[in-house]
Design a protein around this ligand. Structure first.
Ligand code: ADP
Ligand code: MG
Length: 358
């Protein structure tokens, strides 16, 4: 089954410190949501409040339109899958997966049938009689997922479930998680601090920092149109350049002074209303939107300090009037360390945000 989740003004204090500060989210039924942010930003606290393991100091949680206030974990339409997924070592896989159903008083025949169905979903029905120690890490992870889904929750809560797996296996499990979620239609809320993992699996990402929501949108929106400097910097590499708004520059454009002189930006570069003359802003430019041009917005000339061939592109650190800039040059770029290079930014991919401190 599946259900929408509504988080309304939720805060959680530990003494004076706010682990969560006034968080509100509207999640649709069947969405794959990822909570993304650095260690200590409040991801586990939020997940624990949804699951009923921690009570909020303020605010409310609704699941399927029902107020969850005061409901213990077992009475909620949620299941939580922790990183340490603790399968019972003395039980077969089918008994592990059927455990929650046994606790709910389901007779053996019915719970075995359901457990087999769930093991089949994760590709392990042929191993139903085996014990957890006979499995690889990835297989144990799949059993934990089958066990979590066996009780048919409306919402599955996953706290860094892939954190213990090596990179290759993690990528594979991301694909599988996403495919299984699509198939069952359950609302998934998945915690990670890995930005690539978030982009690979999420319908929408909640970017969190210091107990607050910085951004909540699709991976593409957050990457291309971040709503905060933190969000821009956490979702991959980004160049931040200070600039000052001078005034209108004809239709649908603003004139600014940047670190390497005057420049003109389309109004669309500003999220929300265009700032007033005199406002300090920060330009956010992804490395792949900077290039040797010519064309676009000129950012001045600089010297290539370092080059690193990264496969898909070559990463260049360029020292110039605008400070060090990171540019993603094409694989085939003839550039060498020590070369001078003029950098240009693609105007349609440039975002201007209020400067830090505003
Ligand atoms: P994350 O999962 O994003 O790493 P947490 O939700 O675990 O972050 O923690 C958020 C903040 O709340 C941290 O500063 C953490 O130290 C604090 N915190 C979490 N749980 C407790 C607790 N039981 N007692 C005191 N402080 C806590
Ligand atoms: Mg955590």
């Amino acid at each position: 089954m599946t259900a929408p989740v509504s988080v309304r003004g939720v805060s959680r204090f530990y003494g004076e410190a706010a682990a969560l500060a006034d968080v509100s989210l509207e999640i649709a039924a069947g969405e794959f949501i990822v909570l993304l942010g650095p260690s200590g930003c409040g991801k586990t606290t939020l997940l624990s409040i949804l699951g009923g393991f921690v009570s909020p100091s303020a605010g409310q949680v609704f699941i399927g339109g029902r107020d969850m206030g005061g409901l213990p974990p077992a009475k909620r339409p949620t299941t939580t899958m922790f990183q340490d997924y603790a399968l019972f070592p003395h039980m077969s896989l089918i008994d592990n997966v059927g455990f929650g159903l046994r606790m709910r008083g389901q007779p053996r025949r019915a719970r075995d049938a359901r457990a087999l169905e769930c093991l089949d979903m994760v590709g392990l029905s042929a191993s139903a009689k085996r014990r957890p120690h006979e499995l690889s890490g990835g297989q144990r992870q799949r059993v934990a997922l089958a066990r979590a889904l066996a009780v048919d929750p409306d919402v599955l809560l996953l706290d860094e479930p892939l954190g213990a797996l090596d990179l290759g296996l993690r990528r594979q499990m991301q694909e599988e998680l996403k495919a299984i979620q699509k198939r069952v239609g359950t609302t998934f809320i998945h915690v990670t601090h890995d930005q690539e993992e978030a982009m690979a699996i999420a319908d929408r990402i909640v970017v969190m920092n210091a107990g607050k929501v910085e951004d909540f949108a699709t991976p593409a929106e957050i990457y291309l149109r971040p709503r905060s400097l933190f969000s821009a910097g956490f979702m991959g590499e980004c160049n931040f350049l200070p600039a000052r708004v001078e005034g209108p520059a004809g239709q649908g454009a603003l004139a600014l002074t940047g670190p390497s002189g005057p420049l003109t930006l389309p109004d669309a570069a500003f999220l929300g209303p265009a700032p007033a003359p005199g406002a300090e802003v920060t330009l956010c430019i992804r490395p792949e939107h900077l290039g040797p041009g010519p064309g676009g917005i000129p950012l001045g000339e600089g010297r290539i300090e370092r080059l690193a061939f990264l496969g898909a592109h070559t990463r260049a650190v360029v020292a110039g009037a605008a400070g060090p800039l990171i540019a993603a040059l094409p694989q085939t770029s003839p550039a060498r360390e020590g070369d001078s290079i003029a950098l240009w930014a693609a105007p349609e991919a440039l975002v201007a945000l209020p400067a830090a401190g505003d």
